[in-house]
Unconditional design. Structure first.
Length: 139
């Protein structure tokens, strides 16, 4: 069995964003030369997420509104976590809702996903460098 590892780095200038990382993951798969196996893609920070869904701007706006209703950023004093001097208590909760990672099957050297499925990096406390791990195992 072969193994491949690569870190993708992001520095989102805004507090929140959704970035389609499917092309970068597909490039990792090509580099790995693995034809059958599994790809793990996970955010390496506790205020960021990796998830799979449709790449449709209305859906992304719906996510933003929905997440802000569930865990509003303001007022920052509502979060006990922010007593540490941080202002990102909401970002931790948003990450928990959206998830840490995805696992995608690899078949015939391609990501085995549904017709509308894309892989996204979700940033909930941007303005600094963060990374996503791509780990691919297989034959």
């Amino acid at each position: 069995m072969k193994s491949y590892r690569k870190e993708l780095w992001f520095n989102v200038p805004a507090r929140r964003a959704f970035i389609n990382i499917t092309p970068q993951v597909e490039e990792c798969l090509r580099e790995s030369r693995i034809k059958e196996g599994l790809a793990l893609i996970n955010a390496m920070h506790i205020t960021a997420s990796v998830f799979i869904n449709d790449d449709e701007s209305g859906l992304h706006q719906d996510y933003e509104k929905w997440l802000e209703k569930l865990a509003p950023h303001e007022p920052v004093a509502q979060y006990l976590h922010n007593r540490t001097g941080e202002d990102n208590g909401d970002a931790h909760l948003k990450r928990q809702i959206m998830g840490r990672e995805v696992v995608v099957a690899i078949t015939d050297g391609k990501l085995d996903v549904g017709p509308w499925e894309q892989i996204f990096y979700g940033e909930f406390d941007g303005r600094r460098r963060k990374r996503v791990l791509v780990k691919i195992i297989g034959e």
